[in-house]
Design a protein around this ligand. Sequence first.
Ligand code: GLN
Length: 534
Amino acid sequence: MAKYVFITGGVVSSLGKGITAGSVGTLLKKRGLKVSILKVDPYLNVDAGTMNPFQHGEVFVTDDGAETDLDLGHYERFIDETLGEQNSITTGKIYSSVIAKERRGDYLGGTVQVIPHITNDIQERMVRAGEGLDVLIVEIGGTVGDIEGQPFLEAIRQMANRVGRENVVYCHVTLVPWLEAAKELKTKPTQHSVQELRRIGILPNILVCRTSHPMDQDMKNKIALFCTVPSEAVIEVRDETTIYNVPISLHRQGLDDLILRYLGLPHDAEPDLSDWRRVVDRYVNPPESVEIALVGKYVQHKDAYLSVVEALHHAGIHHNVRIEVRSVESEDLETGDPAELLRSADGILIPGGFGARGVEGMIRAARYARERQVPILGICLGMQMMAVEYARNVCGLHGAHSKEMDPATLHPVIHLMQEQEHLDTMGGTMRLGAYPCDIEEGTQAARAYGTLHITERHRHRYEFNNAYRERLEQAGLKVSGVCRERDLVEIIELPGHPWFVGGQFHGELKSRPVRPHPLFAGFIGATLARQRAL
Ligand code: GLN
């Protein structure tokens, strides 16, 4: 049976609970344990698939096609395990399954209530997600005291009874703010937030304190005294130059040791964190840097392209070069001069996106990159717009064009296929999750991947229209990757160009700090070569 580490948050949101959960996962995995992480989101959306990136940041997609919170991306990058549908639960998911059971009559006429029916459903999912593991880490989204989080907190309180108190650890992530006027750190918000937890019957074992200034031992003792934890269980997390330093810093303070002792697990062997140290070292002290223009339509939201930005950094770590990401609002390229806006970029990345706004700007960025021999990587919508650019400006094929229309109708080279007739409310079924792709030998993609058979994750409705494939290939574009079983174009590239590669999939989702995604690594390699040649 799995043991559980529950991670809650207090005082304010955005304290980096996801990074904490991921870091704890890393440390426990490095101790040889089989771990996974479950994210609980107390909102009513059944999944993150329908959420706007402007509000919620990126939607992370797993191999099995679940559209999840971006924290699952952190988890995968930190623990390097493939997660799926069962690693993400929301209030919406729980209620819809309980209500479906109620409609089927499964409750035999009983009154269906939050406690026990909702809380039991939550616990059963936690138990299922823990099957086959040594430790399941569960992160509860939101902040203690939120109305919508209460059933989940009640469920994790009951979990101690279900699996035994000695098999669970409660770790509370809280804020210790610095008051500039008083020039001191304040513990009161932490005390209140722990009181709130205690009020509902949860006694935290560990406090992870986010703070901007170092906490001295007195401060830790004070928090320990008021919050009833040993002072060694008061852990400090200051802002780091890179999130990848968090596991190292938590280990230095003995967090993994503490968790293992609470859970009665062996804790004598030191974890080998050398690969993380190398990642941090290369992230912090690279000798060179390149500027990447990220030409997107959600650039105002800092998390909308989270995995893309991380994947760029992983590639930078691999090549030992700092990546300066410069966001360019794609709409600005529609009115402004691309040469002006993109001149300083060593490489251009066009990420995914939905809807027609800003796509003309992406097309102009693709043209600029193609004509000026600037390395460019297109992801999903980005790849589609590279294809449209080529069809229009090289092949002279002009499709319908209206700003009111969907991006696909900008040009028929990208279309909805006939078998997508099961239209959902948003205009077509989506291709979601992992699909195999075969790569053609001798291509840039083949060199980057070093293998001819890959799988990548998808999240899109439109596809490259095979009716145009020959025309575009005759004009010099190369289709270097296809999904054979469904005869779909997955990778396009331009032979002779330093790096003009587009993928229909989201490669960024599979990139890891120690294992960059091949197309990102190839792209950054090309930008570096270009910069050195200038
Ligand atoms: N909007 C495009 C489509 O649905 C691209 C989606 C994406 O970039 N994820 O095909």
